[in-house]
Design a protein around this ligand. Structure first.
Ligand SMILES: [Zn+2]
Length: 402
């Protein structure tokens, strides 16, 4: 007969505790990944088209940046809205023409990967393809200047499958002022907000069924849009102004107005938009490593996106010390969801339009961490699914209604 000494009992208890810790830990880990991969996950803003233009083929795993097809799949991302954006510096070719070439490049990516990728222009198509296991490519145009003041160009983009247009980028158009310009006191703007043409463009977007994107627009433009639009609007990549006072973020009254209008705010991941302590830390880093940064910029002259990427790679360990934690990013999701409801929040990463990301969010493969963190913060599975993608599909469906 075996008797257990008190010492043995303690050891057994310890072993049982360790085993249950691992079992429960594993189950929780498995649960968030199961939920993530069983949900339709959508991101409304990705700038990888700029890397495609630099000659990278995102059909394969790439060494730089944040996204490519294998990584989209690994991150459980089902639907990506690719941002069409031409640098606003004047060239001999029109923004419209260059934007169309960018659309061609996405279409070519879709056509080269018929087994894995599908293009969608409606919420039903997007859901269907995602349910069939496809990675779904959709399109948004970032900046009203791409239509060159022509409503027929807007219709052309719509006919090519573009489903949102950000009314301005950092630059204003002749018909809408940007957040950058409205907050720049040195400028003497001819108009502030939407002009009559701007209002006509908003109405046309309502009529066509194209989502109006208010990220980047100034506050006056925002309120003018809200008084004209008959359909829900989105902010494809903006965060909370209350947490981080930045002109690219949305104030509480703007967030509430978007909720009242049935719209959705998709949270941007850029450190300087989400973390008020980041800019000073970044400036100190830039100062400390100025010689290295300058010589790298000198060597790669001409391509700022590549330069920025290489700088963050060269100084990876230094950036690790200043990158915001994942919880800083999650604060924005949480704040907006608590203020206006989980029906009005989503993911608008800005991956590949940004070079530095929050910790534990290095690239698209880290997206399941958002699901994990939302569950940890007490969100129900149904709310998590809304934030991951259902809110996007709902708002697009509303906007599609004739
Ligand atoms: Zn942007």
């Amino acid at each position: 007969m075996n008797t257990l000494s008190p010492g043995n009992t303690r050891i057994i208890l310890l072993i049982v505790t360790i085993i249950s810790f691992f079992v429960i830990g594993f189950q929780q880990g498995a649960d968030y990944r199961t939920l993530h991969f069983n949900s339709i996950v959508v991101d409304t803003h990705n700038d990888v088209v700029q890397r495609i233009l630099n000659g990278e083929d995102i059909s394969f795993r790439t060494k730089h940046g944040h996204s490519d097809l294998p990584r989209f799949i690994e991150g459980g991302l089902d639907i990506e809205m690719f941002s069409i954006w031409v640098p606003p510096e004047k060239t001999s070719r029109s923004y419209f023409e260059q934007a169309n070439e960018q659309i061609d490049s996405i279409m070519s990516f879709v056509q080269r990967n018929p087994k894995q990728v599908a293009f969608a222009a409606t919420s039903d198509q997007a859901r269907k393809e995602a349910m069939n296991g496809k990675f779904v490519a959709m399109l948004g145009v970032e900046g009203g200047y791409h239509i060159g003041n022509e409503i027929r160009n807007l219709e052309h983009f719509y006919n090519r499958g573009v489903r949102y247009m950000t009314l301005t980028w950092n630059n204003s158009t002749d018909w809408a002022t940007s957040a950058s310009d409205e907050t720049d006191t040195s400028l003497h703007l001819k108009h502030i907000g939407l002009t009559e043409l701007g209002k006509a463009i908003v109405k046309k977007m309502n009529e066509l069924g194209m989502m109006i994107d208010v990220s980047h627009v100034g506050e006056q433009t925002f309120w003018d849009v809200m008084s004209v639009t008959t359909k829900p609007v989105i902010a494809s990549h903006s965060s909370s102004w209350t947490i981080r006072h930045h002109r690219r973020n949305l104030k509480d009254d703007q967030l509430k107005a978007i909720a009242n209008n049935g719209g959705v705010v998709f949270i941007n991941f850029l450190p300087s938009f989400i973390d008020s302590t980041y800019p000073a830390k970044r400036a100190a880093l830039d100062k400390k490593f100025k010689p290295q940064i300058d010589s790298l910029r000198e060597a790669y002259k001409g391509d700022e996106i590549v330069e920025d990427m290489l700088i963050t790679e060269m100084l990876t360990d230094e950036f690790k010390k200043i990158r915001p934690s994942l919880s800083v990013l999650m604060e924005h999701f949480d704040y907006v969801a608590k203020l206006i409801g989980a029906d009005h929040v989503g993911i608008g990463s800005d991956f590949d339009g940004i070079t530095v990301t929050p910790l534990e969010m290095d690239d698209v493969t880290y997206l399941p961490n958002i699901t994990r963190e939302l569950l940890k913060r007490g969100y129900s599975e149904s709310d998590v699914k809304k934030i991951l993608g259902e809110n996007f599909l709902r708002v697009l469906r509303e906007v599609e209604k004739k």
